[in-house]
Design a protein. Sequence first.
Length: 164
Amino acid sequence: MDESITIYTIGHSNVRVEQILNLLQKNNIQAVVDIRSTPQSRYSPQFNRKSLAKVLDEIGITYAYLGNSLGGRPKDSSCYQGSEVKYNEVMKRPWYQQGIEELRRIARLQRTAILCSEEDPQQCHRHRLVGQTLLRLGFRVLHIRGNGDLEPASIIPEQPPLFQ
């Protein structure tokens, strides 16, 4: 179990990149793990994968991309019911479990935040999928909100057990 390790989460929304960098620095984040399925945006190009990796590097924060395994819109069609992603199906997949293992490895070495685009964690897979897995594995999960507040994550009771 990883109960002594805290993983932070942050959603960039459409704010200026400096605001996100300030929140990361305020929380002494050393590594950002990008878990967006598609790490680009026409509305917020400052958060495109290459641009973000560059500005993070400039301030000494490591960037890693795990959206292929931990993204909210997996390529595996068996994880969908219609257009809805079934997180309990995603959790069973070896590629997801490998992504979680890589995230755990990074978090053991550096103070880590997982990044997605949605500011509200309750509306985002970083809480509803990845955060739930981390909580069940014994991590402490804190959401960095846009206003700078830290919001502790909690287990969503109606979700199925880990890797069922």
